[in-house]
Design a protein around this ligand. Structure first.
Ligand SMILES: O=C(O)CCC(=O)C(=O)O
Ligand SMILES: [Fe+2]
Length: 340
């Protein structure tokens, strides 16, 4: 195993060192297979919605809007086809993403340009194996991207990508707001492009572990997320109390509801727990766009009696951070339940 552990590339974060030392301290160096149960997870296709119908007649448009609302209520996740984002731009983004992740680890940590302070990797302070996420990411505020002036191919691609994703996110948010009888531009006013985030994820392969978590189970702390993934697979989500694996669909983007939409819709739309398991032989890439409001925006349910008390986005994120520090995981919306 020693030799295999040294097989990760120099651009990889030191995941194997951390994993190895935690393994030794917790299991006296026993086989890693013994620390992860092998669980068979059913593969399901997410609801697949063709956004082309929004451009057709009134009947098709209304039907498509209903499908979006229904999937947000029942799954909290769905896929969209004909979303208006060109394959060329998606491919270009992937290419740029591969290039930045191929940089040496120290360069990624110390980037002084558009990616400054945005690098994360899966285990810098893990104290037990279950806290290790076998992945690395750049979590970039869109304000950085727009301030960088598109000078490099990375920044101009990220800018185009973010702009296209913003439009799609706003459009879907409008449909979901309208469905609950709210002003369709409300979320647009709260979430200007500058307050949103782009996250580039990479999950290295790992042939010597049976089941490693690429990204710990979590819900997203935003209004909604648009995910572009490659064809490797690994995303899983909770449906009817069970983990299900999402079958990748090449032309589709994945949309998921975040905590803020769940709170604002008073639990109508569901922010569903999801995670990523890694592939034994292939690294995996994904890019997530997070539709977020400004820090001081108050999130208050538009339906009464409200399940949650009102809070600012800043309070919410602070609570998430505090909980992660104290408990090692995010507690999320249940922290803000209205106690009647
Ligand atoms: O890579 C994925 O499939 C999911 C990523 C994700 O959940 C996130 O970045 O919040
Ligand atoms: Fe997520």
């Amino acid at each position: 195993m020693e030799d295999q552990l040294l097989s990760l590339a120099s651009y990889d974060p030191p995941l194997e060192e951390i994993y190895k030392s935690l393994l030794k301290s917790q299991h006296g160096g026993s086989s890693p297979r013994s620390v992860h149960e092998e669980i068979i997870v059913e593969e399901r296709e997410l609801p697949l919605i063709d956004l082309n119908k929004l451009r057709l007649g009134d009947k098709e448009r209304q039907e498509c809007k209903r499908e979006i609302a229904k999937a947000s209520e029942e799954w909290g996740f769905f896929q969209v086809l004909n979303h208006g984002i060109s394959k060329n731009l998606l491919d270009q983004m992937k290419e740029e993403q591969v290039k930045v992740f191929r940089k040496p680890f120290v360069e990624k940590v110390n980037d002084k340009n558009i990616l400054a302070c945005s690098y994360r990797w899966g285990a810098p302070s893990a104290t037990c194996l279950t806290q290790v996420s076998w992945s690395e990411a750049f979590h970039v505020p869109l304000s950085h991207i727009y301030d960088s002036g598109g000078l490099s191919s990375l920044s101009s691609t990220m800018e185009q990508y973010a702009t296209s994703m913003s439009e799609l996110a706003q459009y879907l948010a409008e449909i979901l707001a309208e469905n609950i009888g709210q002003d369709s531009t409300y979320i647009k006013k709260m979430c200007v492009p500058n307050t949103c985030y782009l996250r580039m994820n990479r999950y290295p392969s790992c042939p010597w572990l049976q089941e490693v978590t690429g990204l710990m189970p979590h819900t997203d702390s935003d209004f909604l997320t648009i995910l572009h993934q490659d064809q490797i697979g690994g995303l899983q989500l909770v449906k009817d109390g069970k983990w299900v694996a999402v079958k990748p669909c090449e032309e589709a983007l994945i949309i998921n509801i975040g905590d803020l939409f769940q709170a604002w819709s008073n639990n109508l739309y569901k922010s569903v727990e999801h995670r990523v398991v890694i592939n034994k032989w292939n690294e995996r890439f994904s890019t997530a766009y997070f539709l977020c409001p400004a820090n001081d925006i108050i999130i208050e349910s538009c339906i009464t009696p409200s399940v949650y008390r009102s809070f600012t986005f800043k309070d919410y994120m602070q609570q998430v951070q505090d909980d992660v520090k104290v408990f090692g995981y995010k507690i999320g919306l249940s922290r803000f339940l209205n106690i009647i």
